[in-house]
Design a protein around this ligand. Structure first.
Ligand SMILES: O=C(O)CCC(=O)C(=O)O
Ligand SMILES: [Fe+2]
Length: 330
């Protein structure tokens, strides 16, 4: 990497982070302080301490344990055995009209001047990935529209996520992404490379494609069985607060090729996966990739963002796990 691109990359990294995250990132790389930092986080993510941090989340799940329907049971089984479940919005929720409502919402949000400028100028204003334009961003001020809340706080989704995570989860991140096409000759960067996310022992990411995603438009790929506790869970493990980015080619040597699954799909394709297992994606070379993304996690997860609902009335209709997920209750 030449100096100019190193400076550019570093500046983008810096502006996407809070002061606390920057300090943590610096200390984690500075010997000998790094030893103490890693000791601290190793203790935090040990099962006993993790359970203590999640005491209330576990209790609430116990009191509101969902009764899973067959589609939800399949989803939880897939997550437990492979770390990923691939379905569609209609198959899972039978929610007529919801996909169209979400696509219209996304279109309207992309017309907001600030977002439209980033799309037109072909550069995202935040984050290490220059090509991912985000509607909410890392300091969300926009309230969550009803169509998004309807999906993300649906009890059938929360039932699957919570059964897999073993806690009443929180939404720690949500957004609509507009991935700008890149040049095929650009080298793969960041999450275009195989990695495990860094913020907890397990996390569920929800991806709902709002545009048709083919093999060239950056589908998510996952290596089955690499979720923590899975058959390949200990290969290049993550070590919160650091994730895992093995050297290029290393996983191909370690893991059977048949475990790699690429997930192209039409708009309406819904992916649920444990992002602490190996995944990559987002590198489109033919057309924009538009998707709704959310992360559900435990109370021990690092760097949660906080969201409010646009339709205040919607809070009243939420179940206890729904209220908990959007932090309408502690
Ligand atoms: O954009 C993608 O397909 C992958 C993004 C990713 O790595 C993540 O959300 O954790
Ligand atoms: Fe990731």
């Amino acid at each position: 990497m030449n100096t100019a691109s190193w400076i550019y990359k570093t500046l983008r990294r810096v502006q996407a982070r809070t002061a606390g995250q920057l300090l943590r990132g610096a200390l984690v790389r500075t010997w000998p302080i790094s030893l103490a930092i890693h000791r601290h986080y190793r203790a935090r993510y040990r099962p006993d301490r993790w359970s203590q941090l999640n005491k209330r989340n576990i209790e609430i799940l116990g009191k509101h344990a969902p009764v899973l329907n067959p589609a939800q049971k399949t989803a939880v089984n897939d997550l437990e055995s492979d770390g990923i479940h691939v379905t569609t919005l209609n198959r899972l929720l039978n929610a007529n009209g919801l996909l169209k409502a979400l696509q219209d919402e996304a279109e309207a949000l992309f017309r907001k001047p600030d977002v439209r400028d980033q799309i037109e100028q072909r550069i995202s204003k935040e984050g290490t990935k220059w090509y991912v334009v985000r509607v909410f961003g890392f300091q969300p001020t926009l309230a969550v529209p009803s169509s998004l809340a309807t999906l993300l706080l649906d009890d059938r989704i929360l039932g699957i996520v919570n059964a897999y995570l073993g806690v009443c989860s929180r939404i720690k991140y949500l957004d609509i992404w507009y991935n700008l096409p890149c040049d095929p000759s650009d080298p793969p960067i960041d999450s275009e490379r195989w990695h495990r996310d860094n913020e907890d022992n397990q996390l569920i990411k929800l991806f709902l494609y709002l545009s048709d995603v083919d093999e060239k438009s950056g589908p998510l790929s996952y290596i089955r069985g690499t979720q923590p506790g899975g058959r390949h869970g200990s290969v290049y493990p993550n070590n919160p607060p650091t994730g895992s980015f093995p050297p290029d080619g290393a996983l191909e040597r370690e893991l059977p090729e048949e475990e790699v699954c690429s997930c192209p799909g039409d708009a309406g394709t819904l992916l649920l996966y444990d992002a602490c297992g190996f995944h990559r994606g987002g590198r489109t070379t033919n057309k924009p990739r538009i998707l709704l993304v959310a992360t559900y996690a435990s109370e021990a997860a690092l760097d949660p963002l906080f969201y409010t609902l646009e339709n205040r009335d919607q809070y009243n209709h939420l179940s206890v796990p729904g209220k908990f997920a959007i932090r309408a209750m502690n």
